[in-house]
Write a protein that binds this ligand. Structure first.
Ligand code: XLS
Ligand code: NI
Ligand code: NI
Length: 438
């Protein structure tokens, strides 16, 4: 059965195409900086936004019209699997991502949940075999069910902690069965509201214990995915423990987990943390922790995770700049953790939104590659820090300098180098020039 009968396969037609159901910039086989666009971008569909969510918000119920909604329970879950593979095929998306509760109903017990998952995962596995589509990552949803009101790995309730562990265990088994490239933890309720009732140290120690158990179990069952943590500063809790890239990296280092984890960075979460996305990517990259991306964008006028499809070419250019400088994302990819607006309720909007997002990133990739090829920023930065390549600056970098030797130098330095302009406006204008020209 066709779940998206009004839309056919989306093909590349070039920037002059007037067909809304065509890629204007995403040309999967086009080679950019030595690899095809498909190899660079590794796009993924988020199962939850595309197939499970219906457009509800705190003020209104679902608006989306979806052809699988005529079913209930496990029948609906099965229909969604079929719809998923139809969508991936028509959209030419090589990967997908899901939470356990996106694919299968929880039922009335953990045992029933496990069995529902098994049934659906068998279907997904068949779909993957026939289509060649791959699982970029899976994860356990440990934030929607009311039992997780106080957290999962950071809960005050040991029985809830055990339930969370049971979901993670199953998630790892599912990941192994489906050959997932990564396994994600997003700490939806790992945080707190007030210190007046919170044992901060125990909560963070317990979270780290859960991560270690996951690493150990993955090893035990021979699941060799890359583990990822997805930082977010707030929402739903006021103080989320994995605030941003820097906070999460230091958490991982403190608990001796940094060898096992990288980061899954999300654009909208960067905005909420008061950072640009490229800042988060740069921090991860220079620490060898850049794993994968949740591609979306926030609204600068709204203070929550609006999860819009990414449409900003400046942002996608600077994002891909970091990805190229990182020599790619390895096992990671670009997951559209993005949803259509609830007013865009027709199934066709899912296609139009993904086309928009994929084109935005494809264009960003081309501009970023050119900026790197022409060394537009590299040459400027090299020159800006040239004083650390020789003399006293080189002594600082090599570790030879001491406070005493630097003071001695400063005291006798009759002609200190003058500061030079940062030329920010020029550099931003060059970025504009490349975006407009490429
Ligand atoms: C929520 C997160 C979530 C994760 C996966 O804000 O972005 O969707 O990506 O649990
Ligand atoms: Ni996300
Ligand atoms: Ni998010």
């Amino acid at each position: 059965m066709a779940y998206f009968e009004n839309v056919g396969k989306i093909a590349y037609e070039g920037s002059r195409s007037t067909n809304p159901y065509a890629f204007k910039f995403y040309n999967p086989q086009e080679v950019v900086a030595g690899k095809t666009m498909e190899e660079h971008l590794r796009f993924a569909m988020a199962y939850w936004h595309t197939l499970t969510a219906g457009g509800s918000d705190p003020f209104g119920t679902d608006t989306a019209v979806r052809s699988w909604d005529k079913y209930d329970g496990m029948d609906k879950a099965k229909a969604r699997v079929e719809a998923a593979f139809e969508f991936l095929d028509k959209m030419n998306l090589p990967f997908f991502c899901f939470h356990d509760i996106d694919i299968a109903p929880e039922g009335s017990s953990l045992r029933e949940f496990y069995s529902n998952i098994d049934t659906i995962v068998d279907l997904i596995s068949q779909g993957m075999k026939t289509s060649g589509k791959k699982l970029l990552w899976n994860t356990a949803n440990m934030f929607t069910n009311p039992r997780f009101m106080h957290g999962a790995g950071s809960t005050c309730n040991a029985d809830v902690y055990a339930h969370a562990a049971a979901q993670v265990k199953k998630g790892l088994e599912v990941g192994k069965q489906l050959g997932a490239e990564n396994y994600v933890f997003w700490g939806g309720r790992e945080g707190y509201e007030t210190l007046l009732n919170t044992d901060l140290k125990l909560e963070m120690d317990n979270m780290a214990r859960l991560f270690h158990m996951a690493v150990d179990y993955a090893k035990e069952i021979g699941f060799d995915a890359q583990f990822l943590i997805e930082p977010k500063p707030k929402e739903p809790t006021k103080h989320q423990y994995d605030f941003d890239a820097a906070t999460t990296i230091s958490f991982l280092q403190k608990y001796d987990l940094d060898k096992h984890f990288k980061l899954n960075l999300e654009a909208n979460h960067a905005t909420l943390a008061g950072h640009t996305f490229e800042h988060e990517l740069r921090v991860a990259r220079i620490n060898g922790m850049l794993g994968s991306l949740d591609a979306n964008q926030g609204d600068m006028l709204l203070g929550w995770d609006t999860d819009e499809f990414p449409l900003n070419i400046y942002d996608s250019t600077l994002t891909l700049y970091e990805v190229l400088k990182n020599d790619g994302l390895g096992k990671g990819g670009i997951n559209f953790d993005a949803k259509v607006r609830r007013q865009s309720f027709e199934p066709e909007d899912l296609f139009l939104a993904h086309i928009a997002g994929m084109d935005t990133y494809a264009k960003g990739l081309k501009v970023a590659a050119k900026l790197i090829e022409d060394r537009v920023f590299d040459d400027f930065i090299d020159k800006r820090y040239a004083s650390f390549k020789e003399g006293i600056g080189a002594d600082v970098v090599s570790g030879k300098a001491t406070l005493a030797s630097l003071a001695e130098y400063a005291l006798n330095n009759e002609n200190p180098r003058r500061n030079e302009s940062s030329r920010q406006e020029l550099l931003k204008a060059k970025l504009n020039q490349y975006i407009l020209a490429e």
